[in-house]
Design a protein around this ligand. Sequence first.
Ligand SMILES: [Zn+2]
Length: 363
Amino acid sequence: MALIDWVAGYLKTFGIDSARSGDLAAGKANLFATIGPKDRGGVILSGHTDVVPVASQKWDSDPFALTERDGRLHARGSADMKGFIALVLALVPEAVAQPLSVPIHLAFTHDEETGCFGAPHLIAALPDGAARPHLAIIGEPTSMQVANAQKGCAFFRTTITGRDGHSSAPGRGVNAIEAAARIIAEIGRVGAEAARRGGGDRFDPPHTTLNVGTIEGGAAVNIIARDCRFEWDLRAIPGDDPLRMKAGIDAFIAAELLPRMRAVFTGAAIATETIVSVPPLVPDPGSPAEALARRLTGANTATTVAFASEAGLYQQAGIPAIICGPGSIDVAHQPNEYITREELAAGGAFLDRLLGWARSAEG
Ligand SMILES: [Zn+2]
């Protein structure tokens, strides 16, 4: 929130109002601001303000104080993606100096790293009609390559409630761990089916994946396990729908597991909650977002990124989106994360060209 306050104050000195949205009760906010005419679409420059933790990482300098060593600017979030946000803010004096024919919108979000929880609030508050933004550039670190495809990402938690009892008579209870094992086997089967189906040649691996990441359950070796819960993730190629695939798992549970469990104990239950759901970015080579990003970078081809971002959320809301920003994803989330001065200069040159376009383009 301190960062958002600072940005709002900075924009104010240029006469730019900003609007907040998001989880304000929890002390978290997105910031949205428009430079230029307010009666037409324009381009969103999107960056998330949060970072991943530094706990248990060995840093050679204070991760929260930008430190230059050998032309590298080290700090948590320097590449992902506070370097981009800094470049956007540094563009503001230039952007207000002359009238724009196409507005530039600043969209800075909270809680991207934990599951893109901020962006949906910001997107929901975007204007409709003539003033609705035409396209969004997500400045995630792609080394200024134009990325038009990414997998969707969903996290689920499945909780099973059975009935405990003495382990010498398993048939009198309902073993939650046993039910979990059946569901996990089904998740494995769905994953193998997705791998056979393929369909994501631009990705590595070239298919939708499912993975069970945690499990806990049971009280003691000689007690029928009453409780079990496990967490799993699903990374979907464009075209596969994570929530539809989850619905398939739910249908398996309803048909194959619950009736037998409830025949023994009517209180048996299995519930799967969605913790995170971020849609994929579906390649749309003809979109105005990709056309503009290619024009500004000179790129002839578009690439694919393995990480998740907010791009699919904008696309889902009818705003074409593209991922293009300075710095390398390889150093993001790592100790001694950095962005080089050259990388920042490349990002700055991109934004200068964008500004030139926004002055001269036909609204
Ligand atoms: Zn990021």
